[in-house]
Design a binder for this molecule. Structure first.
Ligand code: LLP
Length: 417
């Protein structure tokens, strides 16, 4: 990943030695490079330069307030999926008009709050939701800006759990029903049709599925407008992958050069483009630092027990995801092959399998590509406090989240009288 190098046998993020961070703050610890985040954003900004566009960071990838501030100050809007994420967006001072509300299960009260503050667009996922949103907006005497999420039925060729653009899943409205749904939306007093959106999946590493999806969406745009419903913007979702294990996704600017060619070729060059990238903005900007607790060599497997676990970094347990694991201060010795596991009482609690590492108890390891969908999916399982987070900027390291204590965790609970 960018902004992460070995200097004098020390893993360094920007100009901060990660060992010194771990010494100062303990482990597990997430560290993020601000420069890496801004570089990732710059690739999208280059790709969309000269076009009316809005980059709405999908905060589900990492919703820490300081990370949101970095991206909002650099010009991003935000893509949210809950009332809680709306509160985060408002807490960092995001202009409500630059907020997009996605998700299949918005509640009436979430809709009300979002309407009150005047968000930019509701990405609606079903006809039933459209009806409820119309009702809520009419009650408030407002018109809700809407976009309908269409399901382009393309295979994003990614893990089934994070593939969303195929017919058999819960997201979006089927191709065949899109035009009639738009006609219905256009007739609602509480709605104002603003755009169209799609999102075909996550950790996509090929350009093909994106181009196919764009073709389908543009066909729909033509059909919807031919039916008399004008659209202002096309929201093309997120999903661009990152390099976890030698993956080679296109760069954001290369991808958008190709997508814009399609858009122009079909005469839609004037249209405002919105996107909702998450992982590709923050994923490779972050690492999780963890300390080796115990070595447990065995007949069949060697286990390396570290102090980070599935509650901190759920992706391996949930998706069998691969994250590189590297020593923070490498030893000049031949290594052994280890399964890197955490302290949680589950066989599924592993961070990496069959990794060759030369380590001793007390050594520090860095789990790479941990900026996206790690901290934001962390839990308190086994009453483990969530990790501390630090933002690295040049030679500075700012604590952006304190370590969670046991008291923090049971603050909301009530002892019996
Ligand atoms: N927009 C919508 C409507 C989404 O559902 C998502 C992600 C995004 C944007 C952002 O996608 P990204 O650019 O980050 O791929 N927890 C999984 C990933 C779940 C993605 C869910 N939706 C993982 O750890 O791989």
């Amino acid at each position: 990943p960018p902004h992460l190098v070995y200097r004098d046998h020390q893993l360094v993020m920007e100009d901060v030695a990660l060992a010194s961070l771990a010494r100062a703050h303990g482990t597990p610890l997430f560290a993020y490079s601000k420069a890496a985040i801004l570089d990732a954003l710059a690739a999208y900004q280059r790709g969309l330069a000269g076009r009316p566009h809005l980059i709405c960071y999908a905060m589900k990838a990492n919703s820490s307030l300081a990370i949101l501030q970095v991206l909002v100050r650099a010009g991003c809007g935000l893509d949210i999926v809950s009332g809680g994420e709306l509160e985060r967006a408002l807490a960092v001072g995001c202009d409500p008009e630059r907020i997009i509300f996605s998700g299949v299960g918005k509640t009436r009260s979430e809709m009300r709050h979002a309407l009150q503050v005047g968000i930019g667009c509701f990405n609606v996922e079903s006809e039933a939701e459209l009806e409820v949103l119309d009702e809520v907006a009419c009650d408030m005497g407002l018109r809700a800006p809407v976009s309908i999420r269409v399901n382009p039925n393309v295979d994003a060729k990614t893990h089934p759990y994070i593939s969303t653009g195929l017919k058999g899943n819960k997201f979006g409205i089927a191709h065949e029903r899109v035009v009639q749904t738009y006609l219905r939306a256009a007739a609602c007093k509480g709605l104002r049709v603003a755009g169209i959106d799609c999102h075909i999946g996550s950790q996509i590493t090929e350009t093909g599925p994106y181009l196919d999806a764009m073709d389908r969406v543009l066909e729909l745009v033509d059909a919807i407008e031919a039916a008399g419903v004008p659209l202002e913007h096309i929201d093309f979702g997120g999903g661009l992958g990152i390099d976890y294990a030698g993956d080679t996704p296109p760069s954001a600017d290369a991808l958008w050069r190709q997508l814009l060619e399609r858009i122009d070729a079909r005469g839609h060059g004037h249209r405002k483009i919105c996107i909702e990238p998450g992982r590709s903005l923050v994923g490779n900007a972050g690492v999780c630092l963890t300390e080796v607790l115990y070595l447990k060599p065995g007949d069949q497997k060697n286990f390396l027990i570290v102090d980070a676990a599935m509650n901190d970094l759920p992706r391996p347990a949930m998706y069998e995801a691969y994250h590189r694991i590297v020593p923070v201060q490498p030893r000049d010795e031949p290594g052994l092959v280890w399964d890197v596991v955490g302290p949680v009482c589950e066989s599924g609690d592993w961070l990496g399998r069959d990794r060759k590492l030369a380590v001793k108890p007390g050594d520090l390891l860095a789990v790479l590509s941990a900026g996206a969908y790690c901290m934001s999916m962390a839990s308190n399982y086994n009453t483990r406090g969530r990790a501390m987070e630090v933002l690295v900027d040049g030679d500075q390291a700012l604590v952006i989240r304190q370590r969670e204590s046991a008291q923090d965790q049971f603050r909301m609970e009530q002892l019996l009288p």
